[in-house]
Ligand binder design. Structure first.
Ligand code: AMP
Length: 220
């Protein structure tokens, strides 16, 4: 299956992508993670992307699509994948269509995660990511601003640079202006399913699986 996950920052797409990927035995490919890996390695692409990322803006469409197309050529993506955070503009949607056509492939479904803005700001303010396993989780009230330990592997939790308040506001504005038009674009093609992404991770997982695999969702 080839599935696209779209949602504002803090909607939990990354978390759901990991669960779905395991369930469907296909890789979850996050363009944000790919960019962060480039930034960490100090590659030319990472240096180019860092400026946009730190400001909460989008890396240019052609650069992002070229990086994603390279990843989709890897062997583990041959029988399907979940795209987490790509495409994010109508132009990227068009470019993805070209990449798919070159592979004789089509998308099965596009899931859009809906969360009210107030919830997003609250979630992002408390979001911490494990430096070792990458799991995103909410900082506990007890840990406050102190970095805590990962609930999965005990690794050190970090706050993403672009989760600071000013950057978050910009990322939400960018989502509304540049990514939301993509939802109508996919809706017009009959590919879009909206998922209510409020509530617990498990509740959202159940709704997500129901959207992707309607017949098996009840057994999960
Ligand atoms: P994310 O982890 O998905 O929130 O992405 C973090 C940052 O990486 C975004 O704020 C953008 O600067 C950049 N990025 C990730 N995916 C894309 C994309 N599809 N197009 C442009 N920039 C992206």
């Amino acid at each position: 299956m080839r599935i696209v996950l779209i949602g504002p920052p803090g909607a939990g797409k990354g978390t759901q992508a990991r669960v779905l990927a395991e369930h469907l035995s296909i890789p979850a490919i996050s363009t944000g993670d790919l960019f962060r890996a480039h930034v960490e390695r100090g590659t030319p692409l990472g240096r180019q992307a860092r400026t946009y990322m730190n400001a909460g803006g989008l890396v240019p469409d052609e650069v992002t699509t070229a990086m994603t197309a390279d990843r989709l050529r890897e062997a583990d993506a041959a029988s399907g994948y979940l795209l987490d955070g790509f495409p994010r503009t109508v132009r990227q949607g068009e470019l993805l269509d070209e990449v798919l056509a070159a592979h004789n492939a089509t998308l099965d479904r596009v899931l859009a995660f809906d969360v009210p803005d107030d919830d997003l700001v609250r979630r992002l303010a408390g979001r911490r990511t494990c430096g070792d396993c990458g799991l995103a989780q909410h900082a506990t009230a007890a840990s406050g601003d102190e970095p805590g330990a990962c609930q999965q592997c005990g690794g050190a939790l970090q706050r993403r640079k672009d989760d600071q308040e000013e950057t978050v506001r910009n990322r939400l504005a960018v989502y509304t202006e540049q990514t939301e038009p993509l939802l109508d674009w996919y809706k017009a093609r009959g590919l879009l399913t909206r998922v209510n992404a409020t509530g617990s991770v498990d509740e959202v997982t159940r709704r997500t699986l129901a959207a992707v695999l309607p017949s098996t969702s009840r057994s999960v």
